[in-house]
Write a protein that binds this ligand. Structure first.
Ligand code: ADP
Length: 318
């Protein structure tokens, strides 16, 4: 039915009424409306005007998974790719996989309930970004799992280039605005990690943002005034990630800490550290070899673990 509705819309220059579609296909107008809504969720641009009907404005940009495979230089990461057109969140999709092979990538053209940390929402419109999750089975201690977020930030920074920097611990920013967010989740028993899911959201060709995000979000398109190939960026991130991740699992984060410090925009800034209902201010003076943020406060230095804190600039987001 979906295909038939699309055919009708494609075959018409102007508007087609819901009534006409329901008549031609022998389904109710409510059913037509439902299909139209689903097509919109898939990224089809469909204008709907009362008393006129529906008009197809544009077809969605769909990820080409074969292209990603061709550009991968990895041994494990992304060697298996599970593509979904649209899902609640790629992290959730990854958790639902029955076959949890190490290095599996789940990638979607849209997320309907993309997640930030602490239950926040991650906007993931259709066809404009990279919404993906890497499933990992690292042989590392539980305490070092949070460092995977930092390693991922480094991979995104390397892949994106153009002045991308890391806002400790989990965002990649360009010129003070967020281009990428990272959400690492874990399933573990007392001493044993079952798996880690590393979710990455990158705004690639997003033309503009909802009002509430306008001062803190950006995309590669906004920054460079041109469209970018999402497949190439996704493959570059995975290629860089595998190199960094191998160093991390074999030698430890301390071997990456120097490069991380160079990429970190939070260093030497006055910051507010927010943890649940507590907030403290100070200057971010260092990142230690375990990836913790060292903040100089009125009452001396404190070590901030990346767990559940948010870091803000004193005067704004960074
Ligand atoms: P924070 O940066 O506030 O610590 P997160 O890292 O968990 O929180 O990211 C979630 C926040 O990012 C949301 O509350 C929202 O402000 C912002 N956000 C949501 N979607 C996007 C997006 N596509 N691009 C940039 N920022 C976004």
């Amino acid at each position: 039915m979906r295909e038939k509705i699309l055919e009708i819309l494609k075959g018409s220059d102007g508007y087609v009424s819901g009534e006409e579609i329901s008549h031609v296909l022998g389904i109710s107008r409510a059913a037509v409306w439902k299909h139209i809504r689903n097509l919109k969720n898939e990224g089809y641009k469909i204008e709907s005007v009362t008393n006129k009907g529906y008009k197809l404005g544009g077809i969605p940009d769909k990820l080409d998974i074969d292209k990603i495979h061709e550009m991968l230089k990895t041994k494990v990461i992304g060697q298996r790719i599970e593509y979904v057109n649209s899902t609640d969140s790629t992290n959730n999709e990854c958790k639902r996989l029955e076959d949890k092979t190490d290095g599996t990538l789940v990638i979607a053209d849209a997320q309907t309930a993309g997640k930030g940390r602490l239950g926040r929402v991650w906007e993931s419109p259709h066809g404009s970004g990279i919404w993906m999750s890497i499933l990992l089975k690292p042989d590392v201690s539980l305490e070092s799992v949070s460092q995977i977020t930092l390693v991922t930030g480094m991979a995104v920074c390397r892949a994106v280039g153009i002045d991308a920097m890391i806002k400790w611990p989990n965002d990649v920013v360009i010129d003070g605005k967020k281009i990428c967010g990272i959400l690492t989740e874990m399933s573990a028993e007392i001493e044993r990690i079952n798996y880690v899911i590393c979710g990455i959201g990158i705004n690639v060709n997003t033309p503009s943002f909802p009002e509430e995000l306008q001062d803190k979000a950006t995309s590669l398109f906004v920054e460079t005034a041109k469209k970018h190939e999402r497949e190439k960026i996704a493959a570059d991130v995975l290629n860089e990630f595998e190199k960094l991740y191998n160093v991390f699992t074999e030698k430890g984060f301390s071997f990456l800490a120097d490069e991380y410090r160079k990429m970190c925009v939070t260093l030497n800034k006055d910051v507010r550290v927010i943890h649940r209902n507590n907030e403290l201010t100070g200057k971010a003076v260092d990142i230690d070899d375990s990836g913790n943020l060292i903040v100089e406060t009125e009452n001396g230095q404190i070590t901030v673990h990346s767990g559940e804190v948010s870091v803000r600039g004193i005067y704004g987001y960074i």
